[in-house]
Design a protein around this ligand. Sequence first.
Ligand SMILES: [Zn+2]
Length: 60
Amino acid sequence: MKINKEWHSKHRMPANATLDQRIQWHIQHAAACACREMPPSIREEIKKRKIGIDTPHTKR
Ligand SMILES: [Zn+2]
């Protein structure tokens, strides 16, 4: 697994992060780093909210 240390040092997850913050973090993390998989709960939440990761032009 490849860790983007620089990205991690700039994007610390707050200890009491809200769900919104965690979702945003994981979206950015997935684009910048591959040290770990996105948790299924986050994946589900993104699906529910229809946030496009690979397809920014998804219809709402
Ligand atoms: Zn990472």
